[in-house]
Design a protein around this ligand. Structure first.
Ligand SMILES: *Cc1c(COP(=O)(O)O)cnc(C)c1O
Length: 434
């Protein structure tokens, strides 16, 4: 199976190369050269979840990974539930936060980790591999959990000391084993700069086999296609075939990876009517779709901070789905921006209806409600567990969210991080001592 570098389409790579390299030359994103529709989507939707995930991934990846391998990867990576409860007569919530870090990033991070481990094992490689990443809170948890216990791979996660919540810290700094967490006495920008300096240091890069876990890796994207089929499978089982064509999917978007995965699902034949990309005040894409002008503003801080992105790095893939793969984006995709006030009001309204949503999920519910016609049905994607955003929920709903078992379990565990100053020399020594 071939992937191309969007910036240099003559540059073709296998899935394996794309996963290991992350980015092509000139920082170009890898994407599919060809996409074909599933011959029989309804049959796929009637399968059990594991078989369906294997069928969808097998269709996307062609013969590069055989069914047995894919089954092993899927069974290990996607080993937590997906739920899609109805929250009102017209709407369902697609809950993607039942994984170990309580956010949908578990899907992509876990599948990517297992792909890397699989390719390494296939090579019988004994070269070291070190995943290095900086986090301002949430991605670090998904990455740390994804690589925990993966043979031959070490993960090093940097975060600004004292600038993430104590609960966030407990969630990924208590794992130990092959996971090293470093609390940097500085801010997030400094953490990112330290990571960059390490990648620029040839001795460190090659000696430790540095690899990034970043969100643009193609392995992450393909894993996220699966849950769109999970949602449709549930609609089919509960409401019948005719209901599928009435579904409108609304995706709370930051870097637009999640939305790209949804459009990929449409491109290979997921039955669905249309999709909505919902953003917060960082509304580059809604403005682009309205005016045709790409005109990013400075990034604004909002209560949906995982979506505070003004230059979404996956958007070239969205455009590629239109230009190369012929997806009718004008008909299938709309976008809208939701203010913090409207997001807070949405959290209150949903809570009154008996559904507790984190701010990102509530924002999607709001955008969906505004757009839905009488003869349509909607599914909004819930990207994080409400317990991940305790502070916002306390402010808006004056309510304390009970801790889910995953968090309650780690709340009393010891934080294993080492503290380092925000200087490269100290960080470099720490890496060499690993
Ligand atoms: C990362 C994230 C998003 C945005 O997803 P993208 O794929 O970057 O658009 C939305 N909600 C939460 C909770 C996130 O962590």
């Amino acid at each position: 199976m071939n992937l191309i570098n969007i910036k240099h389409p003559q540059e073709k790579v296998s899935f394996r190369e794309a996963v290991t390299r992350g980015l092509g030359s000139d920082q170009g994103l890898y994407f599919f050269e060809h996409l074909t529709a599933l011959p029989d989507p309804l049959t796929v939707l009637r399968m059990d979840r594991e078989s369906r995930n294997v069928a969808v991934l097998g269709h996307l990846l062609g013969d590069e990974l055989d069914t047995e391998t894919l089954t092993t990867l899927v069974r290990s990576a996607l080993d937590f539930p997906v739920a899609c409860p109805r929250v009102s007569p017209q709407m369902r919530a697609l809950e993607l936060f039942h994984g170990p870090s309580l956010a949908f990033k578990d899907f992509g991070a876990r599948f990517m980790a297992r792909c890397l481990a699989h390719f390494r094992a296939e090579d019988s490689s004994d070269q070291p591999m070190t995943i290095l990443t900086a986090t301002s809170g949430d991605t670090g948890a998904a990455v740390a959990h994804a690589y925990h216990g993966q043979p031959g791979i070490r993960a090093v996660v940097l975060y600004p000391r004292g600038k993430i919540t104590p609960l966030q810290e407990k969630l990924f700094c208590t794992l130990g084993g092959n996971i090293t967490t470093l609390a940097v006495d500085s801010d997030f920008d400094c953490c990112q700069s330290l990571v960059k300096q390490a990648f620029d240091d040839v001795e460190i890069r090659e000696g430790l086999g540095l690899n990034s876990a970043n969100s643009i890796n193609i392995a992450r994207l393909v894993a996220q296609v699966t849950y769109y089929f999970d949602a449709a499978a549930q609609v089919l089982a509960e409401d019948g075939e005719a209901a599928l064509e009435r579904q409108v999917l609304c995706v709370p978007s930051g870097n637009f990876g999640n939305l790209t995965a949804g459009l990929l699902a449409l491109a290979i034949g997921l039955p669905c009517k249309r999709m909505i990309a919902a953003t917060n005040a960082n509304d580059t894409v809604p403005r682009y779709l309205a005016s045709g002008r790409w005109d990013p503003n400075p990034t604004q801080a909002t209560i949906t901070n995982a979506m505070d992105v003004s230059q979404p790095n996956n958007f070239p893939r969205v455009l590629e789905l239109g230009e190369r793969h012929g997806l009718d984006l004008a008909a299938l995709l709309s976008a809208c921006s939701v203010s913090d006030d409207d997001t807070a009001a949405a959290m209150r309204a949903l809570h009154q209806d008996g559904y507790l949503a984190d701010p990102h999920s509530a924002l999607a519910w709001k955008a969906l409600g505004e757009s839905l016609d009488e003869d349509e049905q909607g599914i909004f994607l819930c990207t994080a567990h409400p317990a991940k955003f305790l502070e916002v929920i306390r402010d808006v709903l004056e309510l304390d969210v009970p801790l889910p078992p995953a968090l309650a379990e780690v709340a009393d565990k010891e934080v294993l991080s080492d503290v380092i100053p925000g200087e490269f020399a100290a960080f470099r020594q720490k890496l060499l001592d690993l």
